[in-house]
Design a protein around this ligand. Structure first.
Ligand code: MN
Ligand code: MN
Length: 302
């Protein structure tokens, strides 16, 4: 028996196809000096033009920022010269999410880091099958990265995917020593995502100052009518999927927006995801695909 019905599987496949097409187009589009907000908006618009919806705001995480940066409204930041750009995108079709990433290199160090990340991802994809333990996959990923002379980020993991849920259940570690005793399930949808940094780095991420991505938590009693209106819009439009403030413009009158948004955060109606920064400030590369586990291995959806 499969976890998802045939119809759901077809939606995952379509979601993955849209993601792959957008990712490949954006990979060739991104240049040093570009406004990050233009990259985010172009990615999200392409997803919609192809009939999907963004499953989370397009992440553009640069150098030591490993993940979770998307442009806030009116972002003036640009892609720095000689940087490592991690463009992480999610697509959903009727809630069926796929998640993948491409690292774009504007320096040569990045290319070696990326090679290690890509080969670790390939090794995991070649070994995943029903019944393999997630810690075994972590060991395979770690060994591959170390054979290139680099270090995995030990506190970032891959994850299982559900309908309208990006991070569902079982994490897939990028190192062997984290003991997760889960077994990979037949028909399960998983994102595998090794993160690689330099051998002299701490090899962990910590929360940074910036928070640019948010998620609905719970209906709360709110004081401001604008906060109520904003929360209603969030719940209806994104359900349990992450969103960015760029997606909330013009929902309530501009002059009331800031206060309404702050009330949603302070009342814990929504939560924020801080950016993840490599603890010693070293650069990070990543590779990620979403796969569906089948009898004798997996089908790469992205
Ligand atoms: Mn991702
Ligand atoms: Mn992911």
């Amino acid at each position: 028996m499969n976890i998802f019905a045939d119809e759901a599987i077809e939606k995952f496949r379509l979601s993955g196809k849209i993601l792959r097409e957008v990712r490949e187009k954006m990979k060739d589009y991104v240049r040093e000096g570009m406004l990050i907000i233009d990259v985010c908006e172009k990615t999200e618009n392409l997803i919609q033009e192809k009939g999907g919806k963004p499953a989370f705001p397009c992440n553009v995480s640069i150098n030591e920022i490993a993940a979770h940066y998307t442009s806030p409204p009116n972002d003036q930041k640009r892609i720095p010269e000689k940087s490592i750009v991690k463009l992480d995108l999610g697509v959903h079709v009727d809630g069926y999410v796929t998640d993948s990433e491409v690292t774009i290199c504007f320096n040569s160090e990045c290319r070696s880091l990326l090679k290690a990340a890509e080969q670790a991802l390939s090794a995991a994809i070649n070994n995943i099958h029903p019944g393999i333990s997630t810690s075994r996959l972590g060991a395979i990923i770690e060994k591959t990265i170390k054979s290139h002379g680099f270090k995995p980020i030990s506190n970032l993991t891959g994850h299982q995917i559900g309908r309208y849920i990006v991070h569902a259940g079982t994490p897939i570690p990028n190192v062997s020593h984290l003991s997760f005793f889960s077994k990979i399930k037949l028909g399960g949808i998983y994102a595998i995502e090794p993160f690689v940094t330099l051998p002299n780095a701490v090899g962990k991420v910590k929360n940074g100052e910036e928070v640019t991505i948010f998620r609905f938590l719970k209906r709360r009693s709110l004081k401001s009518p604008y906060a109520k209106q904003l929360l209603k819009h969030i719940e209806k439009s994104f359900r349990t999927l992450p969103f960015g403030e760029r997606w909330l413009q013009n929902v309530v009158p501009k002059e009331h927006y800031q206060e309404a948004f702050r009330e949603l955060l302070s009342s814990k109606a929504i939560m924020g995801y801080p950016v993840f920064v490599e603890a010693s400030g070293k650069p990070v590369a990543q590779a990620e695909h979403t796969v569906m586990v089948v009898e004798d291995g997996c089908e790469v959806l992205t």
